[in-house]
Design a binder for this molecule. Structure first.
Ligand code: BDP
Length: 573
């Protein structure tokens, strides 16, 4: 789906700000509550009923259509309604969408008119079930109240997490653009239109100078400036339909591939340094915030990180646009986190249920997962910063049924995008001996907590476990391997002269131990620490006001480990 962009033929109004808000079965025009957009609604109000609400919540406001739009088609676009959304123009339902981190839109031209006002209502549902991505379970307690459980630790924030737009497009228009590049400057593109129409293509450089024109789906740039990690040079593909439309699609000239045990960007070996992140800040929850966007990228640069993973869902498009411009490398993940019922029994002691079965995660879950992959690739395919798709985090890839579940999804992702490698993050219980799906993927990304959940406080034993584990994957699969999660909860300000878990010294020593092992490992292509910053979680005895594995606190102050990482990563570049 094309991102709305201002061009000579297209205009946008961003509908961010304060909207009337209520929870319940229907929008309530008498409500006195107002909610900020974009933001999660959970932490805005001092009301536990709203914070713990399970079901629909409603946002409503008046919108005036700009006077000059009478010849255009008019759309409402919702960048993210987590986890499902319904859009009404006055009393007419115009769009419904399931999936909390990808955009959807509706053509509302026939219901509104230029210069006049209408009532825009958006319902947002936060329920997670066995057929949503991510999955969860809803129970009803003794008082008749719905309770939400899920298999991931981060808090189930909900609401309008990203911008809502009113935008105009011409009647005859470009509806999709796909760009693929080669290092010699060959640009292959395909363009879809709303009705058959000839499309002219021009390629402009960063300064807006014409550098190539397209014919039959190909354009050639002489001596292209490549998009590189650390140097995000962008061109623009301008697609126009004479007399009707112009759309401008930024892109970078770069290639990505995997060869034997290396990860190559522009044919050169790339080593990932960085983090698994979250979209998570105080008060706003998962709401996108440009100030945190800028600051987080400043901190990535300060610490010497060249990359991050969008754990555990697609991030706001603004984040990827920023990464494109600044040369930060991204592993782009679907919201398929928690396809693992053994994790629940590990935490609660409940008898294990098989993860993949018709009663648990079966065909309907897989259909939702396929939709999540399709929408992720459709949205993010043109971002040069995105070098790999992560199809899922920590599934039960060691259990029966995993291969049958994942094989069609891997095939689907390869059909939708043949240019990017695929990976998934491997859970602790899945080992080189019992994992059933790693051979289907290009890169093996492993999440391991030796020295934290296993061999807690014993870094010498942890070091042996880690080394044996890494060696096992290389021996069985012979593919590039990276560490997609390793980390230790750390209370900022807690210190000790001994290796005591939760202290800042322990986190730093824990990371140093891992780095010694990585530096000896074969086929090893990168290190992503868990996590960039502390983040909010659901309640539980395993967390104290959230997950504290951040190298930065939730308000982005460095712990001692951040300085350690900075010494290591900055000396590499
Ligand atoms: C891993 C998950 C991650 C958690 C982390 C942890 O992938 O989302 O936050 O463990 O326990 O299993 O800190």
């Amino acid at each position: 789906m094309l991102k709305p962009r201002p061009t000579a033929t297209r205009e946008q109004v961003r509908l961010d700000g304060l909207w009337r808000f209520n929870t319940g079965d229907a929008a309530d025009t008498a409500t006195t509550l107002e909610a900020a957009v974009p933001a999660s609604y959970n932490d805005l109000f001092a009301d536990a009923k709203i914070r713990d609400h399970v079901g629909w919540a409603w946002y409503q406001r008046a919108v005036r259509v700009p006077r000059g739009w009478s010849e255009d088609r008019i759309f409402v676009r919702v960048d993210a309604a987590t986890h499902a959304g319904k859009v009404y123009v006055d009393d007419t339902l115009v769009a419904e969408h399931v999936g909390g981190y990808t955009p959807f839109e509706a053509d509302i031209t026939d219901l509104v008119s230029a210069g006049s006002e209408f009532r825009l209502t958006i319902g947002v549902n936060n329920e997670l079930t066995e057929t949503t991505i991510p999955p969860g379970t809803i129970t009803v307690d003794a008082g008749g109240r719905k309770r939400q459980q899920y298999q991931h630790d981060f808090y189930n924030y909900a609401g309008l997490h990203r911008s809502v737009w009113l935008h105009s497009v011409p009647q005859v228009r470009v509806t999709d653009v796909t760009v693929e590049t080669e290092l010699d400057g060959t640009v292959r593109y395909s363009i879809a239109t709303s009705s058959p129409a000839p499309v002219q293509v021009r390629i402009l450089d960063h300064a807006g100078e014409l550098v190539a024109t397209g014919a039959d789906g190909v354009a050639r740039i002489d001596n292209p400036t490549l998009w590189k990690p650390g140097a995000g040079y962008l061109y623009t593909l301008e697609a126009s339909i004479d007399g009707h439309d112009v759309y401008e699609q930024p892109f970078g000239v770069r290639t990505v591939s995997v060869s034997a045990t290396q990860f190559l960007i522009n044919g050169e070996p790339f080593y990932f340094t960085g983090f698994g992140k979250h979209e998570d800040t105080p008060v706003r929850g998962k709401g996108h915030d440009d100030a945190y966007l800028v600051h987080d990228f400043q901190l990535l640069d300060w610490v010497g990180a060249n990359s991050f993973r969008t754990s555990h869902y697609p991030y706001a498009e603004e984040v990827l646009d920023f990464a494109d411009r600044h040369g930060i490398v991204v592993i782009d993940e679907t919201a398929a986190v928690g396809l693992n019922l053994a994790v629940v029994s590990g935490l609660t002691g409940a008898p294990p249920r098989p993860t993949f079965s018709p009663e648990t995660f079966g065909d309907d879950t897989r259909a939702a997962h396929a939709q999540a992959i399709t929408e992720l690739i459709a949205r993010d395919k043109n971002h040069p910063s995105v070098v790999m798709w992560s199809l899922t985090n920590e599934p039960a890839s060691n259990e029966d049924g995993a291969r049958e579940y994942f094989e069609p999804l891997v095939k689907l992702a390869r059909t939708l995008d043949a240019t990017r490698p695929l990976t998934y993050s491997v859970v602790m219980f899945a080992t080189p001996a019992n994992d059933k799906i790693a051979d289907l993927f290009d890169v093996i990304s492993i999440n391991r907590y030796y020295g934290w959940y296993v061999a807690t406080g014993d870094l010498a034993t942890a070091e042996q476990y880690l080394e044996a584990d890494l060696r096992g994957w290389v021996q069985r699969f012979g593919k590039p391997i990276m560490m997609s999660e390793y980390g230790a909860d750390t209370q900022a300000g807690l210190h000790s002269v001994w290796d005591i878990p939760w202290t800042e010294e322990y986190q730093a020593d824990f990371l140093a131990m891992h780095h010694r092992v990585f530096d000896r490992a074969e086929a090893f292509i990168g290190e992503h620490v868990w996590n960039f910053a502390d983040f909010q979680t659901s309640h539980g005895i395993h967390r104290v006001d959230g997950n504290k594995k951040g190298v930065f606190t939730r308000d982005r102050r460095p712990k001692a480990a951040a300085h350690e990482l900075r010494r290591r990563w900055r000396s590499r570049s």
